[in-house]
Design a protein around this ligand. Structure first.
Ligand SMILES: [Zn+2]
Length: 533
């Protein structure tokens, strides 16, 4: 065996050496080509002194939005939120403020339960599962779906090879990926953490980025399972996880799905080992009806039709505060501030937007992109604000505040001017625990700016990944209140500087060799670690 291992590692070393040479040659060419351009582009941020709305005023708007109830896109609470934002836009002097309706299917669960070997298992529905036809209800029938339940580990392909799941209910552990600060900082344009409160080994489960879910769910369906039960192994010990859709088309998950908390999941796994029959009854009934979502749009005209767009989204899984009443409230703060400045003091037009359908299939986002293209609106940058939240951890089964703001990332299109500008604003307003991230990594732009980035817009997109944003516990006490005014002020500085800068400079996108070099070095290091494993 040692001989085999030696041979394998020799081939591996040759492969790695080949990759490295290829990479170094490419990097050297890029570096020489791009260095001169970069070295000549230095930018100074010199903003005016400004007074944005206070932390308390911004928090008040967040509380108002939360008071409407669960702002799921297409629901009454969501419509009330849109109307509220529209009224604020008008109050702040925005012109042509209006709602834009977007048609969407509204998926609603009405009844769900799980019984195994006669025992009721506490559960919560997996949102947008059991979706067979775009506009049709779903039902497990009057008796529910009765079938054997089988545990498939994490539900990777090799797990499904070991067990026949046809006609059965699949039970699987759902794992979240881990976010490591060292990974973010390794590829970042800039990192600001003056008190070193998010050191390289800081890490946290990432509730958004798909890991083995939803692929294990899709695999269960493909292998003929009649239901999927996911254990939230890396989550708080709760089951009210209102998952995202992970797609922009309907009917991705044709079988019913349920979530279990990690402790209920552990008990169920024990129960399955005791009994050999393992008969389960799964219920998931609900409806899918045509509905309308509403984007809210308003303008502050400037001397030119070059547009700086500022956006967030008001729809949410629950009466959610951080996701994203907080982002919308920051947009409102900026609208109020710039609305108080006379139009002749502004070069460019400001467009404020609150989008809907983040928790459907981004129909509102895609409709707006289409409209911008059709009307040939000259949007030179899209600035997006989301998730001004506290860091919360689970200790002895309780959710506790660490006293810090959740570490945040600002995705910035590859443009030396914007990177320089945003870095300076972050430092000036002491937005600690912030990294500026490129848009070209394997992560993409997992924010409300995702569609705009893919469509080629220049973006600046602030976000943070607290674990609670998909849960009922995302209440106003989770908002990092002391950050509301500083974040708004930092972005007001950014907008003011962009306003005074030629649009060709703002919307330019080009490779910056030194950052590309760092990213590809990090990526190769990662691949080498994977190969050696
Ligand atoms: Zn959001």
């Amino acid at each position: 065996m040692p001989e085999m291992k030696g041979k394998k590692s020799k081939i591996l070393n040759q492969k790695v050496a080949g990759l490295m040479i290829l990479f170094l040659v490419g990097a050297a060419v890029l570096f020489v080509q791009g260095f001169r351009a970069w070295a000549s582009e230095k930018f100074v941020l010199n903003p005016s002194v400004k007074q944005l709305p206070s932390n308390e005023e911004i928090l008040g708007w967040i509380q108002d939005l939360c008071n409407f109830g669960y702002r799921r896109p297409g629901t009454e609470a969501d419509h009330q939120a849109a109307q509220y934002i529209l009224d604020k836009f008008k109050e702040f002097g925005l012109e042509k403020a209006h709602l834009e309706p977007v048609a969407m299917p509204l998926w609603t669960a009405e009844k769900w339960s799980l019984t195994v070997n006669g025992e009721d298992i506490p559960c919560f529905y997996l949102s947008h599962s059991y979706w067979i036809k775009e506009y049709e209800g779903f039902s497990a029938g009057p008796e529910g779906i009765r079938a054997e339940i089988v545990y498939v580990g994490e539900g990777r392909e090799k797990d499904f090879r070991k067990v026949d799941v046809r006609g059965k209910i699949v039970l699987a552990d759902v794992r979240f990926s881990q976010l490591y600060q060292s990974d973010s900082v390794g590829v970042a344009y800039f990192a600001y953490d003056p008190n070193n409160t998010a050191p390289p080994d800081w890490h946290q489960a990432n509730p958004y980025s798909p890991n083995n879910f939803p692929s294990n769910f899709s695999r269960a369906a493909q292998h003929g399972a009649v239901g999927f039960v996911g254990i939230l192994t890396d989550y708080f010990d709760r089951n009210t996880y209102y998952n995202e859709l992970y797609g922009e088309e309907p009917c991705l998950w044709p079988i019913p799905g349920l979530w279990l908390s990690k402790s209920d999941g552990a008990s169920l796994k024990e129960l399955l080992q005791k009994d050999s029959t393992n008969q389960a009854t799964l219920v998931l009934d609900g409806k899918i009806v045509p509905a309308e979502a509403y984007n809210v749009i308003g303008f502050l005209p400037g001397k030119t039709d070059e547009i700086i767009m500022v956006h967030s989204h008001h729809d949410a899984p629950w009466a959610s505060a951080v996701e994203d009443a907080s982002g919308v409230a920051e947009v409102l703060a900026l609208a109020k501030y710039f609305g108080s400045i006379p139009a002749d003091q502004r070069e460019k037009t400001l467009m404020f937007v609150s989008l809907d359908t983040h928790f459907s299939m981004y129909q509102g986002h895609l409709a707006l992109i289409k409209e911008i293209r059709e009307k040939k609106m000259n949007v030179i940058v899209d600035i997006v604000l989301e998730h001004i939240g506290k860091e919360i951890v689970e200790t002895d089964g309780k959710l506790v505040e660490t006293g810090f703001v959740e570490p945040r990332g600002i995705f910035v299109t590859e443009n030396p001017y914007l990177i320089s500008l945003v870095s300076q604003a972050v430092e000036r307003h002491n937005l600690e625990r912030t990294v500026l991230l490129p848009t070209y990594t394997i992560l993409g732009v997992p924010t409300d700016a995702g569609d705009f980035n893919r469509a080629g817009f220049t973006i600046i997109s602030l976000i943070s990944p607290p674990l609670y944003i998909y849960d009922l516990v995302d209440t106003p006490d989770k908002v990092a209140v002391d950050q509301l005014n500083p974040v708004a002020t930092a972005f007001a500085d950014i907008i003011e500087s962009i306003d005074q800068t030629p649009s060709q400079v703002v919307s330019k996108q080009a490779w910056i060799p030194r950052y590309r070099f760092r990213y590809y070095s990090a990526a190769i290091g990662y691949i080498i670690r994977m190969l050696k494993r």
